[in-house]
Structure formats: structure tokens, C-alpha cells
Design a protein around this ligand. Structure first.
Ligand SMILES: Cc1cc2nc3c(=O)[nH]c(=O)nc-3n(C[C@H](O)[C@H](O)[C@H](O)COP(=O)(O)O)c2cc1C
Length: 386
């Protein structure tokens, strides 16, 4: 199988087969089926919300490449008069820089330096993109999910339910057939903001926000909460996960915030921190039921890293930075960035998903069932072991 993998890796440098999960199933007897927010998807690789899901052209390219899901850029909620209490997040900034970032112990990773925040165009323009995403989803070509930043009040103040109601109703109308799937973003710039300096305040948001979205929605809704990396210790990451009981899924965790440079960042520091916090969650006492789905995000630049998150209970992965690297960094020579990224993530003979699953089998960590290795068995084993 190793030499098959070498051959496939080279063969697919020029063109990745669109239905690569079917090829992986036939050639390696590996089933990559995964899950995102209760939906079954053909493999675990999706795109996180951000600058790479801003328009319909990007969605078309991702559907053509065979990505499993895309989370749209985060829109800032508003009420029916257009008022946005989180307007400070709807700012315009286009300049991005993809650069190296080193950890204190010398490992070099990638980060995107960018001072921007949320969606900076109108809600109507966002809804047009939601409708395009809905059509791709209905056609079975790509699961597309909107992302929202709703009002988050200081502890003593009330939530502005009018913003929750108006924005959620608009999204539900654009989506048409329930359930509505959406992500609620807690961003690194929020983590860096004074608003998030108070632990009790942050925990109240996590306790109340999923229920407020549900109450505001005219149709049934599934909510993934994308948790931030708060400016507190790992134990607080765990406290946030536990407090967010009403979410259907937790996305763990958005980028770190560099207070000195006032910018969000990723790289190895991000995955180290995220995997550490997920370990705490997995190994906590069994009395606290592990029912919410987990989704991994942060420094996922290889199939092996997808498996690191899966081994801590994440049944899919959201990437951003790896879809943005200079073309010279991908081994593939042809295709869109998404195709080139998928080629490396799945077929790299040492670090790809197929190689990683075969390695888990060789170590005796993963067993064949019905003759096949299943990605979701890695996740199920992690949850059982936890
Ligand atoms: C330029 C940029 C913009 C982003 N914008 C958003 C956003 O609007 N909403 C959100 O939930 N996450 C946003 N993210 C976070 C990504 O979706 C992702 O979770 C994070 O970058 C960690 O993954 P990565 O290490 O693969 O980049 C953004 C990330 C980058 C780099």
C-alpha cells in the first residue's frame, strides 16, 4: 500500500480525482466518512470561516475541488433597522500577509497576519451568498454554513434579542428548508477586547447564546459555537467548553491573540494550545457526558494533524491558513489551491491522512472493521477512551 500511495501521490500532482474519497475506499479500503454539525460528509476536510469564503466564485471552486464543507465569512448581526451592536467587527481591511511564525522552541509554522474582522458588506449581499451556498448544498456538491457574530453584552446588561431575531430569521428565509445550520463565532479580536477580560462575562455568553439563537429562530436550528482562545489558562478553555452546554457542536479553537502586535496568529503555538485543551476535555471525569460534537481548527497543515484532532474527539476539521500558502509550498503542480491542499492532506506518503491511518493500523491503535479502516472509528475510540 505504501508504494501505491507513492504512485497516487505523484499521479495526482497534476489532477486530483474529484471523488477522491471513493478512490481511497477502493484502493486502500479506508472510509474517510466524517461529520459536521450532525451532517454526514464524505471526508473530514472543510474550510473555516474567513477571507476564503467571501464570494460565490470561491464556493464554486471549492465544490469543484471536492471539499467537504465551507463555513462562510462571519456576518455581524443586525436588527430590522440595520443597527449592529457589534459594528466594531464590521470593518473593511483587505491586506493579508502569509508568513512564517516560530515557536519559542524553534518550530516554524505558517500564520496569516491581518487586521480585519467580520463581513463588511450589506446583509443582503451576505444573504445572496447564503442562497448560492444553499443551492450547492441541495445539489450535494458542498455543504455550506453561514457564520454570525451576535450581540454580546457586559454582565449587567441584557442581550439585544432584536438582532438575534432579525438576522436569524433572514438566514432561515434564505436557507428555506430547515434545519438551519450555523456557526456562532467568538473571535480572537474579541478575546483581545476588554469585553472578554472578565471570566464570568464570557461564561455567561457561552451559557446563554446557543439558547438565544434557538429562541430567535423561526425554524429548527443547529448551532456550532466556535470558541475563542481566551487570554486565560488552559483550565479556562475547559470551563468554556463545559459551560457551552446548549451548542450542538464546538469548534476548537479560534486563533491566538498577540497583544503586543494587536493581531491574531496561528502556527504551532495554536495547535499546541488547542490539543492540550482538548486533552483536558477528553480526560475529565466521566460524570460529565461527552455529547456535543467537536470540530478541530488551528494549524492543520497535514493529514497527520487532522488525526491529532480526531484522536481528541474531533469528527471534522476546519482549515484556513493551509488553503492560503504560496503555490510553491504545495507538492501538486496543477489545480486550484484547494485541490493542491487536498492532494497533500490526503495523499502525502508520510504526512497525509491515508498514510496516518495506515500508521495507526500498524501501531495496533486502529483496527479494520468489515475489512476497512474508518476515520470515524478514530474519533469514537477517542471518546470511549476519554
Ligand atoms: C485572515 C483570516 C480571517 C478569518 N476570519 C474568520 C472569521 O471571520 N470568522 C471565524 O469564525 N474565523 C475566522 N478565521 C479563523 C479561521 O477560520 C480558522 O479557524 C483559524 O485561522 C485556525 O485555522 P488555521 O490555523 O488553519 O488558519 C480567520 C482566519 C484568518 C487567517
Amino acid at each position: 500500500m505504501r508504494s501505491e500511495l507513492e504512485k497516487d501521490f505523484q499521479r495526482f500532482e497534476r489532477e486530483l480525482p474529484h471523488d477522491f474519497p471513493a478512490h481511497v475506499r477502493e484502493a486502500y479500503r479506508i472510509d474517510l466518512t466524517a461529520r459536521y454539525l450532525g451532517e454526514t460528509i464524505p471526508h473530514p476536510i472543510g474550510k473555516g470561516s474567513g477571507q476564503l469564503s467571501l464570494n460565490q466564485g470561491q464556493l464554486e471552486d471549492d465544490a469543484a475541488a471536492g471539499l467537504a464543507f465551507v463555513v462562510l465569512k462571519t456576518v455581524i448581526a443586525q436588527d430590522d433597522a440595520g443597527a449592529q451592536s457589534m459594528a466594531a467587527w464590521a470593518i473593511h481591511e483587505t491586506r493579508m500577509k502569509v508568513e512564517r511564525r516560530r515557536t519559542a522552541d524553534g518550530r516554524s509554522g505558517w500564520t496569516v497576519t491581518w487586521k480585519g474582522r467580520g463581513w463588511d458588506r450589506s446583509l443582503d449581499e451576505y444573504l445572496a451568498m447564503v442562497r448560492a451556498g444553499r443551492d450547492l448544498t441541495r445539489a450535494g456538491r458542498l455543504l455550506v454554513v453561514p457564520s454570525v457574530k451576535y450581540h454580546l453584552p457586559p454582565l449587567a446588561q441584557a442581550f439585544r434579542d432584536s438582532e438575534y431575531r432579525y438576522t436569524t430569521a433572514q438566514l432561515a428565509a434564505a436557507w428555506r428548508e430547515p434545519p438551519l445550520l450555523l456557526e456562532k463565532d467568538f473571535s480572537p479580536t474579541l478575546a483581545g477586547d476588554l469585553l472578554a477580560a472578565d471570566r464570568a462575562q464570557v461564561l455567561r455568553w457561552l451559557r446563554e447564546v446557543p439558547g438565544r439563537i434557538r429562541a430567535a429562530s423561526p425554524v429548527s436550528v443547529r448551532v456550532a459555537v466556535k470558541l475563542m482562545n481566551a487570554r486565560f489558562d488552559d483550565a479556562f478553555q475547559l470551563a468554556m467548553m463545559e459551560e457551552c452546554r446548549d451548542a450542538d457542536a464546538l469548534v476548537c479553537f479560534n486563533r491566538l491573540f498577540d497583544e503586543r502586535l494587536a493581531t491574531a496568529y496561528g502556527g504551532w503555538d495554536l495547535s499546541d494550545r488547542n490539543l492540550r485543551a482538548l486533552d483536558l476535555y477528553r480526560l475529565r471525569p466521566p460524570s460529565t457526558a461527552l455529547d456535543r460534537a467537536l470540530v478541530g481548527t488551528g494549524n492543520i497543515c497535514s493529514g497527520r494533524m487532522i488525526l491529532e484532532y480526531a484522536r481528541r474527539g474531533c469528527d471534522s476539521a476546519q482549515l484556513h491558513t493551509f488553503f492560503q500558502l504560496p503555490l510553491s509550498q504545495y507538492p501538486a503542480t496543477h489545480g486550484s489551491r484547494t485541490q493542491r491542499a487536498l492532494h497533500a492532506l490526503v495523499f502525502h506518503p508520510r504526512d497525509g491522512l491515508v498514510a496516518g491511518m495506515l500508521a495507526l493500523e500498524a501501531q495496533g491503535t486502529l483496527e479494520r472493521r468489515g475489512g476497512a479502516l474508518h476515520f470515524l472509528d478514530v474519533v469514537a475510540d477517542a471518546r470511549r477512551a476519554g
